[in-house]
Design a protein around this ligand. Structure first.
Ligand SMILES: Cc1ncc(COP(=O)(O)O)c(C=O)c1O
Length: 406
């Protein structure tokens, strides 16, 4: 009997904990505490050098969050009030809200059905004379089609920002993400594959962009200027020495954890071959490293006797598997229309005031309402038997699907 109907849950043990810490993390934090240097010190410089090098970027800046990293990146590319920025509709709110915070207009485009990443054809179709930038999100840690997106953007002088907030260590055709576009943004919020509770980062290979971003994140100071000299308007988006110290010590585990996630994701992909109606996203040989921040699956109700996705998720959670439905279409959030009702902007894309009620992204809507199933990354860090339990729980729910319709 299914656990949701009073049966014994298939999985009774917790999965791998997250975040994780050891004595090195404690030591790193205590060193900062006792040093008296709690901001703008050596730990930050060291972490900036190490993490930028890890992502194969020439420059890196530690920041207070992934959201502020996006804001700094948008200000760095010179976003002006009323500029349009193309974003995928299937992402965390910060990808689009950062555009609004910086005075721009987010233009939502659909994602591809096989990857849930931005559809480059849709992005090309959304370009107008007001387009300043495209934010390519590497959703769940899977690199977006940067070849196609850069091909669209570069000839038109449109900047490409990679939202790599879920994509530490991810690589596209052998190159780690973050500096393949003009700028990349990362998050170190507690759920992320590299985390310190909060924190963010910007990567780039462009020295000028780096210096501008550095200035914006540090109250508009210039790297060579005096402390109270402010050639630009910036803000305080800095990271602290505590965060940098913890990230430096957490980074020691990143390669090993990424490799474990890769192995467990391959194992789960293999198991899904035998479960009709739950499919992984489509493979792409250009994705040479998937960060697997999320293992995203696609559910087909017809293979489960018509049981809706949300009921399937409830039944799985009752069996002890921590699955989630994921994002809603971002353009449906009232905040966007409410904000633009009060701003005097004309959008070339909308042919007037932005009106998000007109937006329709069918792939995003299907993913959100009926198809997407997310498994969070800590589940991929445990032993192989954990993955066998995930698959067994899905098979159990499928065998008893009839009882879920009664
Ligand atoms: C795709 C994406 N962009 C941006 C962010 C924002 O990062 P933060 O929570 O550090 O502000 C997140 C974090 O959840 C994210 O997943």
């Amino acid at each position: 009997m299914l656990s949701i109907h009073g049966g014994t849950p298939l999985r009774q043990k917790p999965f791998h904990p997250w975040p994780v810490h050891g004595p090195e993390d404690e030591q790193a934090l205590m060193q900062v505490l006792h040093s008296g240097q709690w901001f703008m010190g050596e730990r930050i410089k060291e972490f900036e050098t190490e993490f930028a090098a890890f992502q194969q970027a020439s420059y890196g800046i530690g920041l207070s969050s992934g959201t502020t990293a996006l804001q700094v990146a948008l200000e760095t590319v010179g976003l002006q009030p009323g500029d349009e920025v193309i974003v995928p509709a299937y992402t965390f709110v910060a990808t689009a809200s950062s555009v609004v915070s910086c005075g721009g207009i987010p233009i939502f485009v659909d994602v591809e059905p096989g990857t849930y990443n931005m559809d480059p054809v849709a992005a090309a179709g959304a370009i107008t004379s007001q387009t300043r930038a495209i934010i390519a999100v590497h959703i769940g840690g899977r690199p977006a089609d940067l070849d196609a997106i850069l091909d669209i953007a570069r000839p038109r002088g449109i900047r490409v920002i990679e939202d790599a907030c879920q994509a530490h260590a991810a690589a596209w055709k052998g190159q780690r993400v973050g500096a393949i576009g003009d700028l990349g943004t990362f998050s170190f919020q507690a759920s992320k594959n590299l985390c310190a509770g909060e924190g963010g980062f910007i990567t780039t290979n462009d020295r000028e962009l780096h210096e501008r971003a550095w200035s914006i994140h540090n109250c508009g100071r210039s790297p060579q200027g005096a402390w109270y000299e402010h050639p630009l308007i910036g803000s305080n988006y800095r990271i602290s020495e505590f965060h940098a110290a913890l990230l430096l010590s957490q980074m020691r585990n990143l390669e090993t954890q990424t490799a474990t996630r890769t192995q467990r994701a391959a194992q789960l992909t293999e198991r899904l071959h035998d479960i009709d109606g739950v499919d992984p996203l489509e493979p792409d040989p250009r994705v040479t490293t998937h960060a697997n921040h999320l293992f995203i699956m696609r559910y087909r109700a017809d293979a489960f006797g018509g049981v809706p996705r949300d009921r399937f998720l409830e039944a799985l959670r009752a069996e002890g598997i921590p699955v989630a439905a994921g994002y809603r279409p971002l353009y449906r959030e009232q905040a966007f229309d409410a904000t633009f009702a009060q701003r005097p902007f004309h959008s070339a894309y909308f042919g007037g005031k932005p009106q998000y009620g007109q937006v329709s992204c069918p792939v995003t809507e299907r993913a959100a309402a009926a198809e997407a199933v997310w498994l969070p990354q800590p589940v991929l860090l445990g032993p192989e038997e954990d993955i066998e339990d995930v698959a067994a729980a899905m098979r159990k729910v499928q065998e008893h699907a009839g009882s879920l319709r009664e």
